[in-house]
Design a protein around this ligand. Structure first.
Ligand code: F6P
Length: 498
């Protein structure tokens, strides 16, 4: 036992009062040394410097990945191709602050966006709703992402049209789900008796495509820009995250940015051996080499963070789910499947497989030191929550022998413990930035460009001829260049039932 405690001490790292404990990774000092040496050999330090310096690390799209500028509260100049972007970034901050003061008497906000234009703000609104001391300004914040009208119907049944504001959030402003949902909400405003000028006043946009937003009918003064050097899944720090300021207050949004900025400074300046995002990335690479892992899980033992794994799925899998490297050559490894949900609920779902399944799945256990409510039961419940978290990690690491094979736990199942001192806007920002920087580190070490997503486009292209075939109501569609025989038969099946 004493040996384990010692190992736990050696394997504990901290930044911004967050603690990362890698003791259950089972990586000895010699192997850690090799991992850091290989990171240096792979020019990781140069990559980190290039990323913050605005070099065009997104090589396929020939642009920087500078979401860090969006949380650079110190406003130190960030140059992109010779121009400081900070004046434009801080102008958006001022406009968000002003909007918070302007939106008095607003009952409902409908935030329309999908993927990176949805997950970040949705996660932040959910997470901060649980934080003692953070007050909601009273408006209902609705997130509308799915083209399935169930979500639309649920929101429109609750919202009060005359005191609703609509924010259409789309980097490209060409995403079909978002534009169709936006049209439906505008139609609902009109049908509910809002005049043309009321509709125009209610409509806002957050986008990198100002022309398309104007063409849609959004007043220029109501458009909040962001830029092509911000990837959609890295965009919550821009005006995409505006709901945080509107729902709580601008100071809360600023705290969120401040946590991320502090994590960026740590990532940029700490030696690799003390660098939390780097250590987490290297631990995963080690397990991938050793066990050929196919999946990895993030389990926050905090109900407030239930949306975190969904946000992380897009971040990791859209960034690093690729088969070729920056030079178009096949890669040996890329992102494993990422999944997770809040503990302890998750224990009663898929943890059986973690303990006794044939796959080894590295896990990040994320815990918060302070309870998330001030209910009288909070301390006792929180102790049980934390003991469950610790117990699962210990059982997975050490396993258990038994005479009956059914009762054997193989053990040696790797995990991290990430401990936040508390969950507030600052630590939420720090947590998200920690994982963003970990994702970028993994991409750099796999030599993958983590900032494009060519793979999501093909399915969208194919949806068009299929939608046309469905709209035709024909029951005798045959295979063609765009539609294969299986899909043609499925279209006929759907058309026969409609
Ligand atoms: O699903 C693909 C994707 O391009 C994501 O990368 C992005 O977050 C999402 O669609 C939404 O895109 P946009 O913000 O341009 O509407």
């Amino acid at each position: 036992m004493s040996e384990q405690v010692q190992l736990a001490n050696q394997s504990t790292h901290s930044a911004l009062n967050m603690v990362l404990d890698t003791a259950y990774q089972g990586i000895d000092a010699v192997n850690w040394k090799k991992l850091f040496a290989s990171a240096r050999q792979g020019h990781l330090e140069q990559f980190i410097a290039d990323m913050f310096a605005g070099k065009h690390i997104n090589n396929s799209e020939d642009r920087p990945a500078l979401h860090s500028a969006l949380r650079n509260l110190s406003k130190t100049p960030v140059m992109i191709d010779g121009k400081d972007v900070m004046p434009a970034v801080s102008e958006v901050w001022h406009r968000i602050d002003a909007l918070c003061n302007k939106w008095i008497g607003v009952t409902d906000v409908i935030h329309i966006g999908i993927g990176g234009s949805d997950f970040g703000p949705r996660l932040a609104i959910e997470a901060l709703a649980h934080v003692p001391g953070i007050e909601s300004r009273g408006m209902r914040m609705h997130f509308l992402a799915n083209i399935d009208t169930a979500e639309l119907a649920r929101i429109l049944a609750r919202a009060q049209a005359h005191s609703t504001r609509v924010i259409v959030v789309s980097k490209s402003f060409t995403t079909l789900e978002t534009s169709m949902n936006a049209k439906a909400v505008v139609a609902w405003l009109k049908d509910s008796g809002c005049s043309a000028s009321q509709v125009t006043d209610s409509l806002y946009a957050v986008t990198a495509n100002l022309t398309a937003a104007k063409d849609f009918g959004v007043n220029e003064n109501n458009i909040f820009p962001f830029w092509d050097w911000v990837g959609g899944r890295y965009s919550v720090w821009s005006a995409v995250g505006m709901p945080i300021a509107l729902q709580y207050d601008f100071e809360t949004f600023k705290q969120f940015l401040a946590g991320a900025e502090a994590m960026d400074l740590h990532f940029k300046n700490a030696p690799l051996e003390e660098n939390l995002p780097v250590i987490m990335a290297l631990a995963l690479l080690h397990q991938q080499e050793k066990h050929d892992i196919k999946a990895y899980a993030a389990i926050p033992y905090a109900d407030a963070l239930d949306w975190f794994p969904k946000w992380l799925q897009q971040l990791d899998m859209e960034s690093n789910g690729k088969s070729v490297d920056r030079d178009g050559k096949p890669v040996k490894h890329s992102s494993p499947v990422v999944f997770g949900s809040a503990g302890s609920n998750a224990q009663h779902s898929y943890f059986q497989l973690f303990h006794q399944g044939t796959e080894i799945i590295p896990i990040d256990f994320i815990a918060v030191l302070e309870p998330m409510s001030d209910r009288p039961e909070a301390v006792a419940h929180h102790r049980i929550l934390l003991s469950n978290c610790l117990a699962q990690a210990q059982a997975l690491a050490n396993g258990k022998t038994a005479a009956n094979p059914n009762d054997i736990y193989p053990g040696k199942r790797p995990s991290n413990l990430l401990l936040l001192p508390k969950l507030n806007a600052f630590y939420l920002g720090a947590l998200l930035a920690l994982y963003e920087n970990r994702t970028a580190t993994l991409g750099a070490l796999w030599n993958i460009n983590s900032f494009d997503q060519p793979g999501v486009e093909y399915g969208k292209v194919l949806a068009k001829p299929i939608e046309k075939a469905l709209a035709s109501h024909q029951k005798d569609i045959t295979a063609s260049a765009d539609i294969d025989a299986v899909t043609a038969a499925r279209i006929n099946l759907l058309n026969s039932n409609n």
